[in-house]
Design a protein around this ligand. Structure first.
Ligand SMILES: Nc1ncnc2c1ncn2[C@@H]1O[C@H](COP(=O)(O)OP(=O)(O)OP(=O)(O)O)[C@@H](O)[C@H]1O
Length: 226
């Protein structure tokens, strides 16, 4: 179980995350939704230990960093590192031996090419493959579906279902509600740095409606488009 208590994050005087309290259990898929700039990436980076913050993130089974795979929105790679070398590096970091990377290449990526020259979607798929090969127990996925083609979206959805079956802890963000309905067990609505609503699947619609009602129509009307 991951237990987040009173998490606060400031960038200078900007209070980006305000008193976040969340619990994630094995076998659950949690979605974090919110408008651009609400703080989703900052929350994920804090949980992953990339950012300093006030409050606590506790994992009951030990050091979260040793068992967690973090997928950033836009993964980037060192220059002159091929896709295969990148996967090898990630496996080495966990002492995992892979004999045949071609067999593990679920997205059919050109593993002999330099990863930094991959397209946006290919980079995301390579980074995702890497954290899957690491046998992690926790997956923090920042917009895993964004920039990825339709077929790969289906593959990712099926992988998430499999990870859930395997009792992993999964936290993801997405702006696409149909995807969230399909994948998540719980949704947390992050608004201006605060969790304003946490619901189970039976109430996803209430968050979708609340987000739609948060002024978009009024703003468009104010444009006076003719
Ligand atoms: N390194 C940083 N330094 C200063 N401010 C930052 C930094 N990173 C993020 N912010 C600010 O923190 C706030 C939350 O940003 P964050 O990227 O977490 O939002 P988000 O919900 O992930 O947005 P999006 O949906 O657009 O990806 C924004 O106001 C952003 O400008």
């Amino acid at each position: 179980m991951i237990s987040i208590k009173s998490l606060q994050k400031y960038y200078g005087s900007h209070h980006v995350l305000k008193d976040i309290n969340l619990t994630f259990n094995p076998g659950e898929i949690h979605g974090v939704v919110g408008e651009n700039g609400a703080g989703k990436t900052t929350l994920f980076r804090s949980i992953s230990g990339i950012e300093n913050f006030n409050g606590t993130v506790e994992y009951t089974k030990g050091n979260i960093k040793n068992v967690m795979g973090f997928l950033p929105t836009d993964p980037d790679f060192l220059s002159k590192v091929t896709g295969k070398e990148y996967l090898q590096l990630l496996c080495n970091a966990r002492n995992i031996k892979v004999n045949n990377f071609a067999e593990k290449n679920i997205f059919d990526l050109p593993l002999q090419q330099y990863a930094e020259r991959y397209s946006t979607g290919m980079k995301k798929k390579l980074a995702f493959t890497g954290i899957l090969l690491q046998d992690n127990d926790i997956f923090i996925l920042d917009e895993p579906f964004n920039g990825v083609d339709i077929y790969s979206n289906t593959v990712i959805t099926e992988i998430l279902a499999k990870l859930k079956q395997l009792n992993k802890i999964i936290v993801l963000s997405s702006h696409i509600f149909s995807t969230l309905y399909e994948t998540c067990d719980y949704l947390h609505y992050l608004k201006k740095g605060s969790i304003v609503k946490s619901v189970d699947k039976t109430q996803f619609e209430s968050i979708e409606k609340e987000m739609q009602a948060s002024g978009i129509k009024v703003k468009i009307d104010n444009l006076n488009l003719k």
